[in-house]
Write a protein that binds this ligand. Structure first.
Ligand SMILES: [Zn+2]
Length: 383
């Protein structure tokens, strides 16, 4: 009995140590992002995308250049907004939201190649913090309030293996199954799109996936049940391949995997409707993608719909511009389309149970009070 008890003890200790290591990795990663965001010198983004930083780890043979030839350089680079405005959250009344949803449904029905772009905001109802909201990781870290990633141990950020896809994730997977959405491009690393049933060949994870490894030689990707940690160096299983497997996470300063960027760009250029969910669109180069087809082929038959609480540098290209939680947006969208959203993932997991509409928090501002002339033009290009 004693021996079993001590075995139990050791494994618990080991588990704790592993958890701690995981949190430390998160902490370092998000601290790096946080400090870079705080500096944001002009032109930083494009320069960083083009040059290889000496300190960066170049494990994946990732290329260090991007082709910006098809992409308009942002026209608002000199204009700024204050940090406070940056953090404000706005919401549409239910009546306004439903009117906007009707417009989105019409666009979706008319579209031939709709692409969904998602950011951290789509996963907040799965209990993952976002970055820039009043409760966002960076906002809290900056204010020294516990709740940022740096205080992950205190605030109990759930393990990525424990969280489940949200209503929005499930709705997107259903729309893809029906052919109404052709691809998903995400900067999330939480694996929730995969778990909701989006096929891997129609999903581009621009910043990698915590559960995905990639061979350094042949590029084959492996999805794992557990998060990938540094030091888990396995060999590629492809015959004759001598490559080792590395994690796919792309940190700030690191270039995006070229094949992912090319695939995302292909979808974006083909797309005639971009639905952008839960991102304030400040991270290059991914924030350039949703507007690509509008820039390349004109705004007449190409549209973008942004749904996010916070203003973005691309709001003036968004018709309509929706201020709502991702889950509410998809709930009313699916209702309007009269499509039922499955409540279980293909792996049998329950989606996060939510009531609609989601109650706006007290610090939210009615979007109708937002002067469009302010949110349409006065942005600096920042990320
Ligand atoms: Zn290989």
């Amino acid at each position: 009995m004693g021996i079993y008890a001590s075995k139990e003890q050791i494994s618990l200790e080991e588990k704790k140590a592993l958890e701690k290591k995981k949190l430390q990795i998160n902490y370092e990663k998000f601290q790096r992002k946080g400090s870079m965001l705080a500096k944001h010198p002009k032109g930083y983004a494009i320069n960083q995308c083009k040059t290889l930083d000496e300190n960066q780890k170049f494990k994946n043979n990732r290329p260090n250049t991007f082709d910006f030839s098809n992409v308009g350089v942002p026209r608002f680079s000199n204009k700024g907004i204050s940090k406070e405005e940056d953090k404000n959250e706005y919401f549409d009344s239910l009546e306004i939201l439903q009117l906007k949803i009707k417009q989105v449904v019409q666009l979706l029905r008319e579209s031939k190649y709709a692409v969904v772009y998602s950011g951290a905001g789509i996963s907040t109802s799965a209990d993952l913090p976002d970055f820039r909201g009043p409760n966002g990781a960076w906002t809290k870290e900056e204010a020294g309030i516990s709740g940022g990633f740096s205080n992950a141990e205190e605030t109990k950020i759930p393990s990525l293996t424990e969280i489940v896809p949200t209503y929005a994730h499930m709705a997107i997977a259903k729309l893809m199954e029906l052919g109404m959405v052709k691809a998903v491009v995400t900067t999330n690393m939480d694996n929730l799109h995969m778990r909701s049933g989006v096929p891997a060949d129609k999903l581009v994870e621009l910043h990698g996936n915590s559960f995905k490894e990639r061979c350094t030689v042949c590029g084959k990707e492996y999805y794992r049940k557990e998060e990938i940690y540094e030091g888990m160096t396995l060999k590629c299983e492809v015959d004759q391949c001598t490559g080792t497997l590395v994690d796919t996470i792309v940190n700030f300063n690191e270039p995006i995997y070229q094949r992912d960027w090319d695939t995302a760009k292909e979808h974006s250029e083909k797309s005639d409707l971009s639905i952008v969910i839960g991102t304030s669109m400040r991270v290059l180069p991914s924030c350039l993608l949703p507007e690509m087809s509008i820039i390349k082929n004109g705004p007449e038959n190409n549209h973008m719909v942004i749904c996010n609480f916070q203003i973005t540098p691309y709001d003036d290209s968004s018709t309509p511009r929706v201020f709502s939680p991702s889950d509410d947006f998809f709930y009313y969208l699916m209702q309007e389309l009269q499509i039922e959203t499955p409540t279980l993932t293909p792996k049998g997991e329950n989606i996060k149970s939510l009531s609609f509409p989601t109650q706006p928090k007290s610090h939210h501002v009615d979007s109708q009070k937002l002067d469009p002339s302010v949110y349409n033009v006065n942005f600096r290009f920042l990320f």
